[in-house]
Ligand binder design. Structure first.
Ligand SMILES: Nc1ncnc2c1ncn2[C@@H]1O[C@H](COP(=O)(O)OP(=O)(O)OP(=O)(O)O)[C@@H](O)[C@H]1O
Ligand SMILES: [Mg+2]
Length: 229
């Protein structure tokens, strides 16, 4: 691998599972992967959404790293930036965002052409594309259903990054179409009240909770800041 994915650009998130596969944080992502694998025994768990109560809880970090640990199992994985309000996956993977999810939904580009190689084996990426005026309507569209059907056929797992569940309805719209949700909270930041409120919203939907990632615990360690800060 010639290209470095230790990206420190603004808005990018650390690809810990790739750069530090033996670290304790990567183990947390592998635990979620194990949950997903066990949940798949009776029903297909293919479309996985990642969300959290509020901004900056670590949704994008979790989505990218979960996609990586799934790809590390030899599965064909697609990471989709469905945060159509504040997309970040193109920064993390140094990919152009001229075409992406919204271009496919608007039928401006074919799915195959909109998907990019992540340079991580078995992992492809679909960036957000241009930010649309109506994200939740777009996610609720017939075109989105058609796309999800196509993605189910093409990939073993599709991981969706989304906006915060307490801020906008997009994650609820998408959760109804996915097989399961990974819920991220940030230790010391997410209040109990916010966590319960967000969980309550998700519980009303026809999807299952695949795991909870508690972000920020390891971040408090000085050596961690030394490594990634
Ligand atoms: N586990 C982690 N280790 C190191 N840095 C992290 C971790 N989780 C999050 N961060 C950092 O915290 C910031 C916010 O994380 P991230 O972008 O994943 O959150 P988000 O919930 O997707 O935010 P937004 O709501 O803005 O989309 C990023 O700069 C990221 O680099
Ligand atoms: Mg994000």
């Amino acid at each position: 691998m010639s290209r470095s994915l230790k990206n420190k650009k603004k808005n990018s998130v650390p690809l810990i599972a790739y750069n530090e596969p033996k670290g304790a944080i990567s183990e947390q992502y592998r635990l979620v992967r194990t949950n997903i694998e066990f949940s798949s025994v009776d029903e297909e768990i293919k479309l996985i959404m990642v969300t959290s109560p509020e901004p900056s809880d670590g949704k994008s970090t979790t989505a990218a790293n979960l996609a990586i640990v799934l790809a590390q199992q030899g599965k064909q994985v697609l990471l989709v930036d469905a945060d159509l309000r504040k997309p970040s996956i193109h920064y993390t993977f140094n990919i152009s965002n001229i075409v992406g999810l919204t271009s496919v939904l608007a039928r401006k580009e074919s799915l195959d052409k909109a998907i990019s190689n992540s340079y991580i084996p078995n992992l492809d990426v679909l960036t957000s594309g241009a930010i649309p005026p109506n994200p939740s309507e777009l996610l609720n569209s017939k075109a989105m259903d058609v796309l999800l059907h196509e993605l189910r056929k093409k990939f073993d797992y599709v991981v969706f990054d989304t906006p915060p569940v307490l801020a906008v309805t997009d994650p609820q719209v998408l959760a109804n179409k996915c097989d399961g949700v990974v819920f991220v909270i940030y230790s010391g930041k997410t209040t109990k009240d916010k966590a319960f409120k967000a969980k309550e919203l998700l519980d009303k939907l026809k999807t299952q909770l695949l795991g909870v990632v508690v972000n920020g615990v390891e971040l408090k360690k000085a050596e961690f800041y030394g490594q990634y800060g």
